[in-house]
Design a protein around this ligand. Sequence first.
Ligand code: ATP
Length: 325
Amino acid sequence: LTRLYGPLTALSNVRVDVMSALVSFDRVFEVLDLKPGIAEKPDATPIPAGTGRIEFRDVRFRYPSADEVSLATLEDVVTLDRRENETVLDGLGFTVEPGQMVALVGPSGAGKSTTSMLVSRVYDVTSGAVLIGGVDVRDATLESLRDTVGVVTQDSHLFHETIAENLRYARPGATEEQMWAALEGAQVAGLVRALPDGLDTVVGERGYRFSGGEKQRIAIARLLIKQPSIVILDEATAHLDSESEAAVQRALAEALRGRTALVIAHRLSTIREADQILVLDHGRIVERGRHDDLVAAGGLYAELYRTQFAVSPPRYEGEVEIVTV
Ligand code: ATP
């Protein structure tokens, strides 16, 4: 293991890039020709199309420790860097009904990102189960899981390819009309239309350098074109000026409309609107309910509300990635 460690550490930048892409876009494995650690069962069943119900049943989770991983994938490699064997989620039980928006809040390290990653099956539960439309995600076909769940993190990874190609990853065979409709909904059509190469504009270092807010909106367009019935959203908004932030908020509102949403929420406006707020602390749900009731209860939520959410306008330090190394 020690012999492997040096070269692996040298890969660290690649890892961060690969992993953040994985979270927002699991087809990266096809692009890089890597095998994800999560396999499909031979008798896997599809999640019924259009289903919007998420259920966590007594979910416990700890990140795999070094002796449990085979070093077969980059995903495994990432876990080696982290603390081992700690229980990160300790008996989570909740249901998100179709069309509901549930907000996850809690102190840093409480387990919000980990919870969200179990829905799209970046990791599997250690015990208990996560069900979508009544199907345990471990029994679901990966294709149906990918079609059902869309993820928007604020670390919006785009490929160094054209805008059209970036959109087609989400929906192969998408027509130009569908692409424009998605860009329109994501509040970025005007910008793309004004570029000399339009949809054929190459994104990235050696192409057109979109701002953080613009990239986020293209990532949201990718979600809109895919039309998943469930959206997992990490709401933090870093480094955006107020105009850009307003556009991102409008795009997100469009992305969430009519869908089931599990949101790692940082904005008071989102939290107030949530059908249910789950307050996580040390991997447990310590409080749940709606905003007014939780404020009145005077517990951890009331404290978070006073110290974080009531502070306006919200600004955040640095970009937060769901998986960091
Ligand atoms: P934040 O608000 O800071 O993003 P969070 O509530 O989303 O925090 P998680 O990122 O889910 O919390 O982390 C929960 C716990 O799991 C933390 O103790 C964290 O250090 C640990 N953890 C996160 N990722 C890994 C990993 N890949 N390997 C091992 N432990 C991890």
